[in-house]
Ligand binder design. Sequence first.
Ligand SMILES: CC(C)(COP(=O)(O)OP(=O)(O)OC[C@H]1O[C@@H](n2cnc3c(N)ncnc32)[C@H](O)[C@@H]1OP(=O)(O)O)[C@@H](O)C(=O)NCCC(=O)NCCS
Length: 148
Amino acid sequence: MTKNIVIKEDPIEVAVRVNTTITEFDKPYDKAYFEDRYKHSVKLILVAYVDNQPAGYMVSYDKNNDGSFYCWMAGVDPLFRRLGLLNQMMQYLYDWAKSHGYSKLIIKTRNNRREMLSYLVKAGFNFAEVQPQPTIEDNRILLEKVVV
Ligand SMILES: CC(C)(COP(=O)(O)OP(=O)(O)OC[C@H]1O[C@@H](n2cnc3c(N)ncnc32)[C@H](O)[C@@H]1OP(=O)(O)O)[C@@H](O)C(=O)NCCC(=O)NCCS
């Protein structure tokens, strides 16, 4: 049966709840952890719903105050992967950034986040920088996409 997918701007509490389902993230980040990051910035908190159930989240904020908008954290509950939730949240973010006058999306990920890297290449992001870490799998990869 076709699933009903809706992307909403939501309070951080909903994103924090979805975050607890992301098995790859080692720490269960709490509300204060999120709020501390974006407390002085314009922010966008997205939640992806599948048949009215919160199933994915994306937290972005104006980190650099230079016309770019930073996609900081994103995850999808393993029960709801490969349904296009990340893709739809990113499309929402792109449209939102465009309508709010931003010129670029930026995102940082790691070599060991293969699904995210695959997606970002397919979605038209460019590799801008590699930040070495003690192990190559943990190297941080900075990517960006021009908003036109
Ligand atoms: C990365 C993540 C958010 C993807 O969410 P998702 O909703 O399943 O992604 P989508 O369904 O929108 O997939 C979009 C594209 O990403 C790529 N992709 C996603 N999962 C993939 C997988 N397991 N293997 C290969 N490619 C994958 C594909 O290109 C896919 O398009 P397709 O389904 O048409 O082939 C999810 O796997 C996740 O939460 N991973 C753990 C947390 C994480 O790594 N977060 C990112 C930190 S920077």
